[in-house]
Ligand binder design. Structure first.
Ligand SMILES: [Zn+2]
Length: 323
């Protein structure tokens, strides 16, 4: 049978919450915790401290040896949650893709912007932490796919927010080029319930009527460094021609976009993984992308899909089978 995604990695990592409902693979309720079969998992520290970042229902994660490490989920739960895995870094898991608010004092920027249908969620997630969307210093875009640029046009039109991406990605973000999976490729797999459900979500989220961010432009050399969080761009092409990862040095974090993810509505697995090759414009370039990412100094991985992962990115990448 065709394999869609890499096998789950055998991680003993410190998970921030695992996205969505997680079902134990053996279907058993862990006796010691009396935990329900489904729940939200988080790192032991977060669970103990109960520090109000939507982790009130969190359960302590258990070790790989105990056999209950959540690695496989049967269902995709399109709920939204925000956590602050590093000071000033607000990681929002949207219904089907993530965005990040990076705050320094009263200044902030947003990395990626969800689907068009996520606009109200993006605005609400900014207001939730006491900020006004109109004050965003910039929206950085990892790549021009509609699940990451959906609210960008609103930000530039309504607030004059600079929409910044790599020079190689500008035409894509502006809607002048297309680098994405074809409808035919998806339809061939649409008989799978997971694919069918995702497609319905994509359509409902406004993907087919997306407004391109026509004002997007390439960042200036010093412009990025002067923004909140002093982001540094690392060009990691392959998923799209100008796909970029952003290093946030103060948080020791890296935003990986779709170059490296920890889950996806189409994937049965949680854990570090690559998207299916059909999603990459140049799948053959992804090996080079991974080695560039592995060289980054970061111990917090913030992917475009799936939960945040507290682990050195080099270790995360070596844990991918065949990486
Ligand atoms: Zn994506």
């Amino acid at each position: 049978m065709e394999t869609w995604f890499p096998r789950p990695c055998q991680l003993e990592s410190d998970w921030i919450p695992v996205s969505g409902r997680v079902r134990h693979t053996d279907g058993n309720v862990p006796a010691e915790t009396g935990a329900p079969k489904e729940g939200i998992f988080c790192s032991p520290e977060k669970s103990r401290s109960g520090n109000g970042t939507s982790l009130s229902t969190a359960l302590p994660i258990r070790s790989k040896e105990s056999g209950t490490m959540p690695q496989h989920h049967d269902d995709w739960d399109p709920r939204q949650r925000t956590t602050e895995p590093a000071e000033g870094v607000h990681f929002v898991e949207g219904p089907a893709s993530n965005w990040i608010i990076v705050r320094e004092g009263e200044d902030f920027l947003v990395v990626d912007g969800g689907y068009p249908g996520d606009l109200e969620r993006v605005l609400a997630s900014i207001r939730q932490i006491g900020l006004e969307p109109a004050d965003a210093k910039a929206m950085l875009i990892t790549h021009g796919h509609v699940d990451h640029t959906g609210s960008a046009a609103h930000f530039s039109r309504e607030y004059g927010t600079p929409i910044l991406c790599s020079p190689e990605e500008v035409a894509h973000v502006r809607g002048q080029e297309k680098h994405q999976v074809t409808l035919g490729q998806v339809l061939r797999r649409a008989w799978r319930p997971r694919v069918c459900r995702w497609m319905l979500h994509v359509i409902r989220a406004g993907a087919l009527a997306a407004e391109p961010a026509t004002e997007a432009r390439a960042w200036g050399a010093n412009e990025l460094r002067a923004l909140p969080g002093s982001p540094r761009a690392v060009l990691v092409p392959g998923h799209t021609p100008g796909h970029t990862a952003f290093v946030l040095p103060k948080a020791n974090a890296v935003v990986t976009g779709d170059a490296l993810v920890t889950g996806h509505p189409l994937s049965k697995e949680t854990g570090v993984q690559m998207l299916h090759p059909m999603f990459h414009s140049r799948p053959e370039a992804m090996g080079e992308t991974l080695s560039r990412l592995a060289d980054v100094d970061a111990s917090l991985v913030l992917p475009g899909h799936g939960p945040a992962l507290r682990m050195r990115i080099g270790d995360a990448i070596s844990s991918i089978p065949a990486a």
